[in-house]
Design a protein around this ligand. Sequence first.
Ligand SMILES: C[S@@+](CC[C@H](N)C(=O)[O-])C[C@H]1O[C@@H](n2cnc3c(N)ncnc32)[C@H](O)[C@@H]1O
Length: 223
Amino acid sequence: MQRIVEPELMDDKAQAEAYANADFEQAEKLFLSTFQLYFPCQKIKGHMLDLGCGPGNISFQLANYFPNINVTGIDGSVEMIKLANERKKIELNSSDQVNFITSVLPSSAIPQKIYTSIVSNSLLHHLHHPEILWTTIKQYSSSNTKILIIDLFRPPCKEDALAIVNQYAANEPEVLQHDFYNSLLAAFTAKEIEQQLLNAGLTDLEMKTISDRHIAIFGIKTR
Ligand SMILES: C[S@@+](CC[C@H](N)C(=O)[O-])C[C@H]1O[C@@H](n2cnc3c(N)ncnc32)[C@H](O)[C@@H]1O
């Protein structure tokens, strides 16, 4: 099945609210457990960059888990960052650790020159020009930067995409089911991501399928 792109930004108010209210516990747990698996026994500290942070789900989760990090979340959607900042007001443990910026990638609004870790969950499949993610990672990392990107991968056909939606999102609002289906059609295959990494010269990153619909790209920069 050919890739069918979806709109990059989730800037519709109802869409952003439905996303922020959805139950992503499983995906969030998967992100944290994958981070722990690939960076075991590491005291994670310093500045972390969360690309395409949406309402901040992963930013808050990692900040709550690692008390010595400061997270900058960046997203091009005004509505998403509004929701992230609303959550910041009620997050008791990690609100001081997390900051959000509204900016479309590629962006010159990223505050630090280099980050000790860079993460991104479910951004890649939104990008019409996926190299934007990889060049941003290259620009804001140096040796020892920990990188974890998790995204969907594209199923072989539309019927498989529908089956995944029915299996994992049957109880979610229609707008979310619709977004999830479109995201699966817009996602990249492992082969395509491998080529993107090669083109970007990010050969120190590895890639692994971690569920029936998720793929992880991870590693510690060596140069
Ligand atoms: C599926 S959401 C994922 C949100 C969050 N990472 C999470 O795991 O809950 C993808 C987000 O990427 C944002 N996005 C897409 N293209 C972008 C771009 N070029 N620059 C910044 N944000 C972008 C969208 O607005 C949306 O909020």
